[in-house]
Design a protein around this ligand. Structure first.
Ligand code: M6R
Length: 589
């Protein structure tokens, strides 16, 4: 993944780069580095760890520079593997993965060239340096021709100290002009400053930041003009507002984002055209990853129950290699908070090639997914800083349930109203705070289980993912009825099991699973909308959420599970906002 940034301007580059890198830390935070040019010499500073490690470099001289925050793919988390990477006169930062790096490196080694890192990125510096003949732009275009994979690059050259050249292939890149300089970055917040004009590069395009001028080029190096993108740098400034962690703050924001997302979709001008597409829809395929995949599962449940239209949900990384069948009348819905998840984008490209109509559900207006999709339905979760998705999941559900309502209308069916969910979420957030008292049972546990049936199972899967990713506790989200076919063997004295029950007709069935795990020593917790179930002697503690239409219940039942993950993570001494090994935006396959 990684985040890259670059600056050419009148100010000292180091503070601009470091501030930009803080914005990009959500893309990875294994190591960090910058390269600075003061017109005479090019200096590289890099460290393992987070951006704060290079704070002392703020004072360094130079008005031109590039920077990088890393999420390790090729090569361990070491200073040598940190970017920028240099070869001869070329210095660069890279976001992406070069799939033929081993082959290209072998060629370089045969020529007697040496490498100082284990990264795939260093080979790009070799390719560019080897074809450099006094024009950095041409060398970047020539050198990148041989790359297979994904890249966003910012490249400097000792002989051209006032220039940064950038290239994009399947990794996001924004370039723009600010008040007193030119910027390039992996995303808008890292590039934005008041009054800046920003442009998004497309695959195969190049940008040159030179002196006071910003140029864009197509793959044949013909200069092109680009439309600026719309962004609002002021509204979305990260601010903990007194909270200890962003994740906790973002859970509290759920009621607000539900009402904003609902209002957004009712005003969405695309929606009337999309309605025509829904009228033709006979089958739905949903592609997504991680938490977004879970919101897809919840949507499938609602689509099939309410609309009686068949729907399948695919993990995007499997879909793209699965040779999917896309019959006429298939609508593909891609769900992605960031709109930059490489696996989801690859699945969308494949579905498009096979003629599918693509609807994107995303939170980021200028993302790559928005450019691939035929219709974009924006969630209004606002900026989500914590790596673990919380409010964006709930916002996705609100948008997806609104699609379900529209689809139902095309079929002359009536879907339950989504109105009222935001108010119910407010009460769920208040109740959910009480799960803090459950954490001693989880913080010291070896593993934990989350069980449910139907939509409750999908909420359970999401609750389990949250717990795993921020508390590092092995955990499974499981179909309650499936436990006895194997997983029950893992239950021992004190194993915490969380059951989710929100559908009355199947409450007894999940209660049976509770009895089964309790009989094997489990400590049972319950999330339900039926207060009478909390009196069951086998239940150690429970959280009662408001009763909503059961097809929509994950939007509420997940809230105590998000809270449980948060407090368990804190109790285990972790930083829930920045879990180890993970990054917010997964832009590699
Ligand atoms: O940006 P996306 O929604 O496409 O991201 C998908 C997953 O990487 C993401 O949901 C991930 O699973 C979260 N860390 C979960 O909390």
């Amino acid at each position: 993944m990684c985040g890259i940034v670059g600056y050419v301007g009148k100010r000292r580059a180091a503070p601009v780069l470091i501030d930009g890198l803080y914005e990009l830390e959500y893309r990875g935070y294994d190591s960090v580095g910058i390269a600075l040019s003061d017109g005479k010499r090019l200096k590289i500073i890099k460290k393992t760890g987070r951006v704060q490690e290079i704070e002392p470099a703020r004072e360094e001289r130079g008005n031109v520079g590039i920077g990088h925050t890393r999420w390790a793919t090729h090569g361990g988390v070491t200073e040598r593997n940190a970017h920028p990477h240099a070869f001869k006169n070329i210095v660069l930062v890279h976001n992406g993965i070069i799939e033929n790096a081993a082959f290209l490196k072998e060629e370089c080694l045969e020529r007697g060239e040496t490498f100082s890192s284990e990264t795939d990125s260093e080979v790009i510096a070799h390719l560019i340096a080897n074809v450099y003949r006094g024009d950095l732009l041409k060398a970047v275009a020539e050198g990148t021709k041989r790359l297979v994979g994904s890249y966003a690059l910012a490249v400097m050259c000792i002989e051209e100290p006032d220039t940064v050249v950038c290239a994009r292939m399947r990794s996001p890149l924004i370039a723009g002009k600010g008040k007193d300089g030119l910027v390039v970055a992996s995303d808008v917040p890292a590039a934005a400053e008041e009054g800046a004009t920003l442009f998004a590069l497309s695959d195969g395009e190049f940008a040159k930041l030179k002196g006071e001028d910003l140029f864009f080029y197509d793959a044949s190096l013909h200069e092109i003009s680009k439309e600026p993108i719309e962004f609002d740098p002021v509204d979305d400034v990260p601010d903990l507002k007194g909270y200890r962690h962003y994740m906790r703050k973002e859970i509290d924001e759920i009621p607000k984002v539900l009402s904003l997302s609902q209002a957004k979709i009712s005003r969405n001008s695309c929606f009337s055209d999309f309605y025509e597409v829904l009228c033709q829809t006979k089958y739905i395929q949903i592609v997504a990853c991680g938490t977004a995949y879970h919101s897809g599962l919840c949507a499938k449940e609602a689509i099939e129950r309410i609309c009686r239209v068949p729907a399948d949900v695919y993990v995007a990384s499997e879909y793209r290699y699965g040779d999917p069948l896309i019959p006429d009348g298939t609508l593909v819905i891609a769900i992605s908070q960031s709109g930059e998840t490489a696996d989801t984008l690859a699945a969308v490209r494949l579905a498009k090639e096979r003629g599918a109509y693509i609807a994107a559900v995303t939170n980021v207006t200028y993302s790559s997914l928005t450019r691939l999709a035929d219709t974009v339905l924006y969630t209004k979760a606002g900026r989500e800083i914590a790596v673990a998705a919380t409010k964006s999941f709930n916002a996705q559900l609100m948008t997806l349930y609104s699609i379900v309502s529209a689809l139902a209308a095309t079929l002359g069916k009536e879907a339950p109203s989504v109105g009222g969910l935001s108010a119910m979420a407010e009460s769920a957030v208040i109740t959910a705070e009480s799960v803090r008292s459950w954490t001693p049972h989880f913080a010291g546990a070896k593993s934990a289980y989350f069980i449910g049936r139907g939509a409750d199972r999908y909420a359970a899967m999401e609750g389990s993912l949250k717990l795993k990713e921020i508390s590092y506790l092995p955990s499974e989200g499981y179909a309650a009825g499936e436990l006895k076919h194997g997983t029950l063997a893992l239950i021992e004295k004190g194993t915490p099991v969380v059951a989710v029950i929100t559908r009355r007709e199947i409450a007894d069935k999940t209660m049976s699973a509770i009895h089964e795990v309790y009989a094997r020593g489990a400590t049972v917790f319950l999330v339900t909308c039926f207060p009478e179930l909390c009196k069951t002697p086998e239940v150690t503690a429970s959280a009662v959420i408001p009763e909503c239409p059961p097809e929509y219940s994950p939007i509420l039942s997940v809230i105590p599970l998000q809270m449980l993950a948060y407090y368990t993570s804190v109790a285990r001494g972790n930083n829930p906002d920045k879990p180890r090994n993970l990054a917010k935006s997964v832009t590699v396959e």
